[in-house]
Design a protein around this ligand. Structure first.
Ligand code: GLC
Length: 564
């Protein structure tokens, strides 16, 4: 069996720096705040921290609109702060992982400013420019992912430019070798600073189709989601392999690409021995409520049949990487709702729900990615007006909903469930004012019940979600069970059961069994091979083989196949 790499044996923690810890009183978090909490992260078995973008940015999309790929936004601190963070992290065996947003830049990036100035400028061909239709309309009917046309008119050039996301995020022209070279240089700059890896944003959109044509409208606005028109265009892998050769090869780092729409069957071209990346984020388990593209008005909301489908997609992805490639295991990030509200109905016990998801994230095969606040069991928020929301996509989807004839309160309900702000509220450290996140005015409201759900209180309570995460993290970090969790095979158990997710991880003769009850009722099951096992993690004490109490999650260890 091949040796595992360091990043296959550790936990990764995602920090959304704007909401992590503010050390200046500005109301937004900063790099020194991350440095201050490295010891905290160590208690969760963290060996790498993925920082969402901290580069200079007008913050139209909270940093995913970058104006300089090799700088630090002053709101986050300085390059010296960044260097200190990397160094202090290294002392604790933590690698800092940067977010590369290479599909687009900010419209304030000097490359775009120059490109937009005239058709003859030095950067004229660095973005995607097209003439208007004869009637002056945008070149195609593509809707940007944040709502509204994916094209914005530029007076100076008398042309439209393409933006997959907001109009302040113009798409780069990857066909131009000078663009690619500049991007590779920026990534190499960060390798020179000693970062331990990259998360690569929205990579499936970098290759555009050779001909731009209207698509079949998917909503009353006559437009079609740009995702369905440009994602994973053939030829994309050539770019990605060049990227790998020019940047990643020869470094002891990991890469994880955000690759919405790459299915398990195509995985070998993307990850593994011949793949462009080490891991990729695919979203089949987070988009189950969206039958066709992420249009909020078309979402189904939570229904119990989400669970058998969740089981299926998780199982498929485990199988897809059984022999080649590796998955990040994640249920949350800065774009998703909180998992306790995602996979559980409103009436569920949210503490048990959080422990159930913790059990899965730590026992499935792959590298666990914990998103800040997930380890406290944080849930969604529901603010009273769309004006309270900062997230640009919430505003776009709200408008789309109104355009389809929904009432304001119906549109707001969708925002409550799907807004990315659900995951972006300030991290909850203490039971003091603003949860200890800031001495100033927090940029987004802190959860009302932060006094119970904060690092300080949960650390004192051995029954808390945080203590539960810490115990599971310990199980993964060393000893026989850790070996099984890191390297063991995966086999699904109870495949026909609609509300229990169960699987076995096996290495040699040792097996670790995970069982999670996604229902609010007691469930019996029949698994004779569990008779001679012992429980090593219980979300409710007193677990018994053969039955699961409402929302219960349990992990057993034993000799594989002893009584099968
Ligand atoms: C990715 C990021 C998201 C961002 C978008 C545009 O999906 O995760 O936060 O808005 O790309 O860069």
């Amino acid at each position: 069996m091949k040796d595992l790499k360091w990043w296959q044996k550790t936990n990764v923690y995602q920090v959304y720096p704007k909401s992590f810890l503010d050390t200046t009183g500005s109301g937004t978090g900063d790099l020194n705040g991350v440095t201050a909490k490295l010891d905290y992260l160590k208690t969760l078995g963290v060996g790498a921290v993925w920082l969402t973008p901290v580069y200079p940015s007008p913050m139209v999309d909270n940093g995913y609109d970058i104006a300089d790929f090799t700088g630090i936004d002053p709101s986050y601190g300085t390059m010296a702060d960044m260097e200190r963070l990397i160094a202090e992290a290294k002392e604790r065996h933590i690698s800092i992982v940067m977010d590369l947003v290479y599909n687009h830049t900010s419209d304030k990036h000097p490359w775009f400013v120059d490109s937009a100035a005239s058709r003859d400028s030095a950067h004229a061909d660095w973005y995607i420019w097209r003439d208007a239709k004869p009637n002056g309309e945008p070149p195609t009917n593509w809707r940007s992912i944040f709502g509204g046309s994916a094209w914005t008119w530029c007076e100076a050039r008398q042309q439209y430019y393409l933006h997959t996301f907001a109009s302040a995020q113009p798409d780069l022209n990857w066909e131009n070798p000078a663009v690619r070279q500049a991007l590779y240089e920026a990534a190499n700059f960060w390798l020179g600073k000693g970062v331990g890896g990259f998360r690569i944003d929205a990579i499936v959109y970098i290759k555009k189709p050779p001909v731009f044509a209207d698509g079949e409208p998917d909503s009353d606005d006559g437009m079609v989601n740009v995702h369905s028109m440009i994602a994973n265009t053939p030829g994309i892998l050539d770019f990605l392999h060049e990227f790998k050769d020019k940047v990643f090869v020869g470094h002891d780092i990991f890469t994880v690409a955000e690759a919405n729409g790459v299915e398990p069957k195509d995985l070998d071209k993307w990850v593994g021995d011949k793949g462009a990346f080490d891991m990729l984020f695919e979203f089949s388990h987070t988009t189950l409520e969206f039958p066709s593209g992420e249009i909020w008005t078309q979402a189904t909301g939570y229904t119990p049949n989400l669970i058998p489908r969740l089981k299926k997609v998780l199982t498929d992805s485990q199988k897809a990487t059984a022999h080649n490639g590796w998955y990040p295991i994640f249920f949350e990030n800065h774009d998703q709702m909180r998992c306790v509200d995602h996979y559980f109905p409103a009436e569920a016990d949210k503490k048990l729900a959080a422990k159930a998801m913790a059990t899965l994230i730590m026992t499935l095969r792959g590298t666990p990615f914990i998103y800040e606040g997930q380890e406290l069991g944080l849930g969604n928020v529901a603010w009273s007006s769309i004006q309270d929301y900062n997230d640009i996509s919430s505003h776009g989807q709200y408008q789309l909903a109104l355009g389809e004839g929904k009432s304001e309160s119906e549109a707001l309900r969708l925002v409550h469930r799907y807004s990315r702000d659900n995951a972006r509220t300030p991290m909850q450290w203490t039971s003091e004012k603003n949860a200890g996140f800031t001495a100033g005015h927090p940029w987004l409201p802190v959860h009302a019940d932060f006094r119970e759900q904060c690092v300080e209180s949960e650390s004192l309570d051995e029954n808390s979600v945080l203590s539960f995460y810490r115990r599971l993290a310990k199980l993964r970090m060393g000893g026989e069970v850790a070996e099984v969790l890191q390297r063991g095979d995966f086999a699904e158990l109870l495949p026909k059961n609609a509300s229990i997710m169960a699987f076995k991880r096996q290495l040699g003769t040792t097996a670790v069994y995970t069982l999670v009850n996604f229902s609010g009722e007691m469930r019996a099951y029949d698994l004779p091979e569990l008779t001679e096992t012992k429980a090593i993690s219980e979300s409710i004490t007193g677990s018994q083989v053969g039955r699961l109490r409402p929302w219960e999650a349990v992990v057993y260890v034993g000799k594989a196949g002893a009584k099968s």
